[in-house]
Write a protein that binds this ligand. Structure first.
Ligand SMILES: C[S@@+](CC[C@H](N)C(=O)[O-])C[C@H]1O[C@@H](n2cnc3c(N)ncnc32)[C@H](O)[C@@H]1O
Length: 275
């Protein structure tokens, strides 16, 4: 077996990898994250029993093993997520966005969870809608570049840690507790939620039939540089309903990225509205 444990990438090799990842995914890993990427890539090289980085890059660039790029993305993406993340932001949905939809006579919402990771965000939105706005029906589509997390989202099995902020009555109602501290989101509540592997850099050409009323893209674009952020936000703009909402992570903003969305300030959070 090839021993890559104590090898390092040169700065030139890192740059080549950095460019490749950026072109394929929009994610930009600066030099300060070299160690992180290096560990992940050396692990892939060791798993595949390749001799060196050059051999690995040749496989990637020439798509000699077409699945390897997927394995690489599965390794390098940061998939941290949990149920009921950013409660103040969720309160804005509960107190403003969903009530406004109801009072304007809406019966149905089409929702996108972009960079959905293992599905916690999509399932959280569905719990809120079911509990607080039963008069609204909805579809939620979760997309992510990593097929590992998409598989997990479809399975819907979570650790105690992932469900730690789920209010107890909802935990009891929506999840089945399996041995070993696993909580399974019940199939009976999954009907209108679907997940699919998709690269946000290709979102503009994705064949979605109808526009989205709400697009969640929380803690995804933090890994993108300005150009790829603009590309993704422009593609959201073309696929969001007029007056639709865009919800980013609470540390993220569209400042210097796009003026197509109006920033709405609430005491607890900021969300964006299509102009
Ligand atoms: C930190 S998680 C955020 C999950 C969830 N939105 C939340 O706020 O809890 C970021 C996710 O974005 C995904 N991602 C990164 N680049 C992507 C791309 N180009 N296309 C689709 N998903 C991407 C990652 O795989 C990861 O699962």
């Amino acid at each position: 077996m090839t021993d890559t444990s104590n090898k390092q990438l040169s700065n030139v090799e890192f740059k080549e990898l950095q460019d490749f990842i950026y072109q394929k995914s929009g994610m930009f890993f600066p030099l300060s994250r070299k160690n992180y990427i290096e560990q992940k890539v050396l692990k892939r090289i060791a798993t595949l029993k390749y001799e060196n980085f050059r051999e690995y890059m040749n496989i990637l660039k020439n798509e000699l093993i077409r699945t390897e790029i997927i394995n690489l993305f599965n390794e390098i993406t940061v998939n941290e997520t949990f149920f009921f993340r950013d409660i103040p932001q969720l309160e804005v949905l509960e107190k403003h966005v969903f009530p406004e939809a109801v009072s304007s006579g809406r019966k149905f919402l089409n929702i996108l969870s972009a960079g959905c990771s293992s599905g916690e965000e999509a399932y959280t939105i569905s719990i809120i809608l079911k509990e607080k706005f039963p008069q609204l029906s909805y579809n939620i589509t979760g997309i992510d570049i990593s097929d590992l997390v998409i598989a997990k989202a479809i399975r819907g099995e979570y650790t105690e840690y992932a469900v730690r902020f789920v209010p107890k009555p909802y935990l009891k109602k929506y999840f089945t507790s399996i041995d070993g501290g696993v909580y399974k989101f019940q199939d009976q509540f999954k009907n209108n939620i679907r997940f699919q592997k998709m690269n946000l850099m290709e979102f503009d050409t994705a064949p979605f039939g109808s526009t989205f009323d709400l697009i969640f893209c929380r803690y995804v674009l933090i890994y993108f540089d300005k150009d790829s952020k603009q590309k993704v936000i422009n593609s959201f703009y073309s696929k969001i309903a007029s007056n639709g909402y865009l919800i980013l992570g609470n540390s993220e903003s569209l400042f210097s990225i796009s003026s197509d969305f109006k920033m709405l300030h609430f005491p607890s959070a900021i969300i964006y509205n299509r102009r």
